[in-house]
Every structure is written in structure tokens, then in C-alpha cells.
Design a protein. Structure first.
Lengths: 178, 279
């Protein structure tokens, strides 16, 4: 009997090691980014690739990383030439401002537009392992404000709000024509 | 879940050992003259052999079974509060012997537990009650009164949860990682109900004083969850997992209050040589 009881004791201590095996699965939808898709102004149904677009948040030194496989000092790490970009908004603020620098690697045709996004946030429970996520809703009045700091023309000719509710990254929230 | 499965399988292994011990006991019973098969038997054949056992009430010994109420307390919950500042709890256990092998059993408890997960700090506190029955499948030798039981319980808990702080999960922390956000949100009026399978062991260490150990596998049947949060810990049910399973255990010390006695023939119970285990 004693042998059994000591076995049971041992067993119970093994049991306490069962906890803490939660890791947030990378496939779980958590805080989404703002998805912008670029279209051709002369053929509005067709997407158009930007060229070496760099996006820098206001007050940040480095741009948003688009090529994570590249080294940190590689300038290509921070540029994209696709037709869609995903922008992380500030979760603890209601305004996020970004510089969108097209042709950022070409000193002659470089063009910077600034967009200020205005939104409200909501924190939504996900799970024990993931905690909460933040979802965003772009404001009805002035969801974004576009300015041109360097005085050349705006390279983004038209900006359309498609979906003000930023709850997942599976859809485009903003369409940009240029 | 992997751990839970491992747990269950080692548990069954462990309890199959008890069966082995149970077989040893009748060896010592008196009528060694009766002929029995000498070949070792498995647990299953032992069970089927039971009816035959009762066919040979030759030299019967009168045995007295004591009936009454056993009350006790869970030592684990009681002592955990001493070394774990995030836990306070108590559980009272009781059972009433209904028949030779069946016991009505119930547990009543209170728990207050704070859980610090990587991204959430929350606490739950409330009371619970569990009621059901135990079946003692241990065959005692003569006047011993030990128990190895399997039983069922229905459990119900009324509790509240408090979310103290949380972190936002952001896979793209371009603007930097944020510190945990203080919430201090209280969710009251929560309830949960579950059923459990309880395996238990109680050994009489002194006259009428029992030490016990039990494990319970639980299945959540209903769970009233708060809005924009989740029941991470339910008093009595313990930690919740993705599915509706849960586990629990207790160490009890209990006192048996004898109320009346019944005489039975010992031959009805632990007679018969069971197969001798050759080691």
C-alpha cells in the first residue's frame, strides 16, 4: 500500500507539469494590418505594381519591412514592387501617419506622399495563448488625409475607401489609383 | 491534449496495478483446499469468474460491514494556499454508504485562483458542488475497510472572473511592443456545469480515519461565458482547455462516523482462491 501511495504522489507531481503548453498559433487571425491595393489610373480594373515603394511611419527611422529574408542593412529589405501592401497601424493611438515613397531608390523620379489615417480601435479577445487583438475602424469623416510634403505632385492620383472595418487581412481596405 | 492523453493512459496503467494487488488478497483466505485452476488469469477472466466464487460458501466467516457517513477535507487545496500566493481554496468531501459497494458522494468547495498566462492575467473565484456516487471495487480481507472506487459526479459552479491585464497580440510590431494593458474588468454571474468520472483510493490508517487520493476526468456540459472574454478557470472544474475536457485531483483526510452495522457472510465476498500470481 505504501508503495502505491508513493507512486500516486510521484504521479501527481508529474501532473502539474501538464500546464503551460499554450503557444499562439501563427495562423490564428490576430491584429490585422491595413491592406492597400494599387490600380492603374488609366485602366482602373487592373492592378498596377508600384516600383520600390518604401513606407515609413511618422517618427520612425526604418521603413516597414517587406522582404524579411534580406539583411537589415540591405535597402531592398524595406521596399516592395508589388501591387499590394499591408500597413501596421498603431494599436495604442487613433492616428497613424505614413510616408509613401515611390521610386525610393531612384533619385530623379522619387516622389513622397504622406497619408494620415484616422480610426477608432477595439480590443477583442482571441484566446488564452494569444491574448487580445486590436481591430480598427476608419472614421466616417476624413478616414485619411493625403498631403504632399516635398511640393512635387501627388503620385497617388485617387484614393478610394473600400472597407472601413479593418478586421482581417483577407480583403483590400483601400484602393489607390496612380 | 497530448499531456492529457499521456495522463489518462498512465492512470489506467496505475489502476490496473491495483487489480493485480486485489487478486493477491484472497490468497490468504481460509479454504485453500478447494481446487482451483492454477493458471494465471487476466483481469478480465477474474471478473467473469466472480459468479463461481459465490457457489462455494462452505466455511463462512461472519463479517460485519459498517455503514455511516464519512466527512473530510481536501488537504491539497487547503495547503496550497500556504505556498501559492495566487491560490486560496477549500474542499469538503463526504460520502454515505448506501449498499455494500455503492456510496453516495459529494464535494463542496470554494476556490479563488489568479492565473498569469503569457498574455493574460486573470482570476476566478466562486463556489462549487459536485454530487454523485462511488462504486468500491476493492475486495477487502476480513474487517478491512479500504476503498478503491470508480464513480460519477455532476458538478456545478457559480463564480466570477476578473481580467486584470492583457497584451495585444500583434504579429507586426512595427511601432514596438506594448506593455500589458490594465483592464480590471470584472465578469460576475458566470456558471458552469460538468460531469466527471472519478477514480479514488481511500485507506484506513487509524480507526475511522481515512487518507484518500482521487483523480477526476471532467467533461464540460454547459458554460456561461463572459462577453469578449473566456472562462479560463472554473472553480471545481479547474483550468479549461480548448476542448471541453478537464482534469483534477485531490488528497483527502476524512473521518468515518459509523451509524449502523450489517452482518454478511465473508464467503459472499472475498472467498475463493483467486489464481496465485507466480512472481
Amino acid at each position: 500500500m505504501k508503495k502505491l501511495i508513493s507512486l500516486l504522489l510521484l504521479f501527481t507531481f508529474g501532473l502539474s507539469s501538464c500546464e503551460k503548453d499554450d503557444i499562439c498559433d501563427a495562423n490564428t487571425p490576430t491584429t490585422p494590418r491595413l491592406v492597400i491595393t494599387f490600380y492603374d489610373i488609366s485602366n482602373p480594373t487592373k492592378t498596377r505594381n508600384v516600383s520600390n515603394l518604401k513606407v515609413i511611419g511618422d517618427g520612425m527611422e526604418q521603413g516597414i519591412v517587406f522582404n524579411e529574408s534580406l539583411a537589415e542593412d540591405d535597402s531592398l529589405r524595406y521596399v516592395t514592387s508589388g501591387s499590394t501592401v499591408s500597413i501596421p497601424l498603431k494599436v495604442n493611438d487613433t492616428i497613424s501617419t505614413f510616408k509613401f515613397i515611390n521610386n525610393s531608390l531612384n533619385t530623379t523620379s522619387i516622389n513622397t506622399d504622406v497619408i494620415k489615417f484616422r480610426y477608432t480601435t477595439q480590443n477583442v479577445y482571441v484566446s488564452r495563448a494569444c491574448g487580445f487583438k486590436t481591430i480598427f475602424q476608419l472614421k466616417n469623416v476624413l478616414p485619411f488625409v493625403q498631403t504632399d510634403p516635398d511640393g512635387d505632385t501627388l503620385w497617388m492620383t485617387e484614393i478610394d475607401l473600400v472597407n472601413p472595418n479593418i478586421e482581417s487581412e483577407n480583403e483590400t481596405h483601400i484602393k489607390v489609383y496612380f | 491534449m497530448r499531456h492529457t492523453l499521456k495522463f489518462i493512459s498512465s492512470l489506467s496503467l496505475l489502476f490496473s496495478m491495483f487489480l493485480g494487488y486485489a487478486q493477491d488478497v484472497p490468497e490468504i483466505s481460509k479454504n485453500k483446499d478447494t481446487t482451483t485452476t492454477e493458471k494465471p488469469q487476466t483481469e478480465k477472466t477474474v471478473k467473469t469468474a466472480k459468479p463461481e466464487i459465490q457457489e462455494a460458501p462452505k466455511d463462512s466467516v461472519v463479517k460485519t460491514d459498517r455503514y455511516g457517513l464519512r466527512v473530510g477535507v481536501d488537504l491539497y487545496k487547503l495547503t496550497r494556499g500556504l505556498y501559492d500566493k495566487d491560490y486560496k481554496g477549500v474542499e469538503f468531501v463526504g460520502d454515505w454508504r448506501l449498499t455494500k459497494k455503492y456510496y453516495l458522494a459529494a464535494e463542496l468547495g470554494y476556490e479563488d485562483k489568479t492565473t498569469e498566462d503569457d498574455r493574460l492575467t486573470s482570476s476566478a473565484n466562486g463556489t462549487y458542488i459536485k454530487a454523485g456516487f462511488d462504486y468500491n471495487f476493492y475486495q477487502n480481507w476480513l474487517d478491512m475497510e479500504n476503498l478503491i472506487t470508480i464513480g460519477m459526479r455532476g458538478g456545478f459552479s457559480s463564480f466570477s472572473q476578473e481580467l486584470h491585464s492583457y497584451k495585444i497580440y500583434n504579429p507586426n510590431p512595427y511601432w514596438g511592443e506594448l506593455p500589458p494593458i490594465a483592464a480590471d474588468q470584472k465578469y460576475s454571474g458566470l456558471t458552469a456545469a460538468w460531469i466527471e468520472v472519478a477514480l479514488g483510493l481511500k485507506a484506513q490508517v487509524l480507526k475511522n480515519l481515512f487518507l484518500g487520493f482521487g483523480v477526476q476526468l471532467k467533461l464540460l456540459a454547459s458554460n456561461k461565458e463572459p462577453n469578449n472574454f473566456e472562462n479560463l478557470y472554473i472553480p471545481g472544474f479547474n483550468r479549461t482547455y480548448d476542448g471541453s475536457f478537464g482534469i483534477g485531483f485531490n488528497y483527502t483526510v476524512s473521518y468515518f462516523i459509523p451509524i449502523y452495522k450489517k452482518k454478511t457472510m465473508a464467503s459472499e465476498t472475498a472467498k475463493k482462491e483467486e489464481p496465485k500470481k507466480k512472481k
